[in-house]
Design a protein around this ligand. Structure first.
Ligand code: SF4
Length: 194
């Protein structure tokens, strides 16, 4: 999602888009993020934005009240405490309003090219279905994947699994019969149909 937003090389936009994307459909986030960045292209403009005007732009996205507060607060923090530069460091990123581990990892991969694995709902679901991990939380999945997957693939994993999760390995009705990796998958009903 973040790559297709065209924000890949802009840490500020990647960060804000990732905050907006929480519990929202990517298609909606992409359109709204573009509209937001047309009006507020950097941390200074968003830090000084009128919350009502921001809300007007992002109201089509889930949790828009909280996200309005978070993205303005995040912009202020970047301006005031990080000299206008998004930090390339997970611990510092996670000090920013609205930034959890997944958002921080997205920024590190998509803007700074660091070797980390952002684990969102797609990565968590598919990793479990494939049988690579047997975990209950994205954090546990991330820990297991870091042990299991060669480092050379870490940066590509999120983007690859998100694409697969939105087209083939859907949350409710995965299209296992046309899945290119079905012969490697450990999902119970895939195995039964072989
Ligand atoms: S076989 Fe089905 S469950 Fe397994 S990865 Fe493919 S789509 Fe997902």
């Amino acid at each position: 999602m973040l790559g297709r937003l065209g924000t890949k090389w802009d840490p500020f936009k990647t960060l804000i888009a990732a905050i907006l994307s929480a519990r929202a459909r990517d298609e909606v986030t992409e359109v709204i993020a573009e509209q937001l960045f047309n009006k507020y292209p950097d941390c200074n403009s968003l830090a000084n934005a009128n919350p009502a005007a921001v809300k007007d732009i992002i109201h089509g996205i889930g949790f828009f009240n909280a996200k309005t507060k978070n993205i303005i607060a995040a912009a202020k923090m970047i301006c005031n405490e990080f000299n206008g530069k998004v930090p390339a460091n997970r611990e510092q990123l996670m000090l920013i309003h609205g930034v959890g581990r997944k958002v921080a990892n997205c920024v590190l991969v998509y803007s700074f090219g660091q070797d980390v694995i952002p684990v969102d709902i797609h990565v968590h679901r598919i990793s479990n279905r494939l049988g690579w991990v047997k975990t209950k939380t994205p954090k546990q999945t991330e820990e297991k994947l870091l042990q299991l997957v060669p480092k050379t693939h870490w940066q590509l994993l999120n983007d690859t699994f998100v694409s697969h999760g939105k087209t083939i390995c859907l949350p409710l009705s995965p299209k296992c019969s046309v899945c290119p990796v079905n012969k490697y998958c450990k999902r119970v009903d895939v195995i039964k149909s072989r």
